[in-house]
Design a protein around this ligand. Structure first.
Ligand code: TXA
Ligand code: MG
Length: 338
């Protein structure tokens, strides 16, 4: 299949592809998504096929208006409405009881619930509105790879496997949506930290718990996708949560072992270490977790174009966007610290 490269002026054409049961990658404020008609089983299966995604990992549906979300869910609680009021459109996915008969079976992958989100970008909203149907969309990467924050990332992974990609520039938030599960019981659970901070969610609905991030394959995962290996770059990746002197020591050790070292860190640390590393990718100003979160996925893909063999990445405090940043980094590094 030839993948069409479309601009924002051609969203109408992309909407026709969706209506015809094909897959289209599009920009959201979090990452690029790979969309298909959420009511068409054949179309949804094409998403799984293009990504090489395990079939037991359900998809989020994307809607253009709240009423559209309500058409596919039942018993939407006051708390759910309060979160929609506060954060939609935006990077928040709600796990709600599904009206399964209205959705393609592969969307819910056997669960009684469905993840629903109203994305904030013009491209996403126009695409859903013009298609006239909810769009099921996971991140538009090959399964296991870092999520795509640009159309270039999408094409790197999926060129020739999808009908089209609409290039609307880089995704702003850079990590996926926060997933809140209100279906589990009295205490809401953040299944995946993301673009909306835990602190912001708690301001609206009170205390929430955050699901463990180190689920292994054998564990029963609440968000099925959590148990799979994720975001892994081709190179060895380790996290460092230590001061500058420690970085120096470790990099010199690796240099002695003839490793080519790349680092993902704040701009000051990169400047300090520049003479002993082969490559660096700046996360922005020191301590700016929002900037770090928005750049992490591009950083993980960046070193593929270099001869770096080992990547060292900086740990951030798990507050604000730092929680989502560390969740993604921890998975990408397979929980390995140096
Ligand atoms: O920001 C985002 O959420 C992006 C953009 C494209 O919207 N989408 C995204 O989708 O990250 P995906 O498929 O890459 O990640 C969705 C996660 C998976 O871990 C999946 O297992 C979980 O959400 N999930 C989906 N439906 C669920 C459900 N009914 N219950 C629990 N977890 C669910
Ligand atoms: Mg994904």
């Amino acid at each position: 299949m030839k993948t069409e490269y479309l601009t924002m002026k051609e969203v109408e054409r992309a909407a026709r592809w969706i209506q015809k049961g094909e897959t289209v990658a599009f920009q959201t404020e979090t990452v690029y998504g790979l969309g298909a008609d959420a009511t068409n089983e054949e179309a949804v299966k094409k998403i799984y096929q293009a990504k090489g995604r395990p079939s037991d990992n359900p998809l989020i549906i994307h809607v253009a208006r709240r009423e559209q979300a309500l058409e596919y869910c039942r018993e939407v609680s006051q708390r759910a409405h309060a979160l929609m009021d506060a954060f939609w459109p935006g990077p928040l996915t709600l796990i709600l009881e599904a009206q399964k008969d209205k959705l393609a079976p592969s969307v819910t992958a056997g669960l009684e619930t469905v993840g629903v989100r109203l994305p904030a970008t013009e491209t996403a909203q126009q695409l859903i509105e013009m298609a006239g149907i909810p769009i099921a969309a996971p991140s538009a990467n090959t399964s296991g790879r870092p999520s795509p924050t640009t159309a270039g990332h999408v094409l790197h992974d999926l060129d020739g496997k999808i009908a089209a990609v609409i290039d609307s520039g880089p995704a702003e938030v850079g990590v996926e949506s926060t997933i809140v599960d209100l279906s589990a019981g009295p205490l809401p659970v953040i299944l995946r930290p993301g673009g909306i901070t835990r602190e912001a969610v708690e301001e609206v609905i009170g205390p929430v718990s955050v699901s463990r991030t180190d689920l292994k394959k054998s564990d029963i995962a609440k968000a099925p996708g959590m148990k799979y290996q994720h975001y892994a770059p081709d190179e060895e990746l380790f996290i460092i949560d230590e001061p500058k002197e420690y970085w120096k020591e470790k990099i010199l050790e690796l240099n002695e072992q003839s490793q080519q070292v790349g680092i993902i860190a704040n701009e000051d640390l990169i400047a300090d270490l520049s003479s002993i590393i082969q490559a660096g990718y700046s996360l922005g100003e020191k301590g700016d977790a929002e900037s770090a979160a928005s750049r992490l996925f591009d950083a993980l893909r960046y070193f593929e174009k270099t001869n770096v063999t080992v990547i060292l990445a900086e740990a951030y405090p798990e507050e604000g966007l730092g929680l989502a940043y560390m969740n993604r980094l921890d998975k990408a590094a397979d929980h390995r610290y140096l």
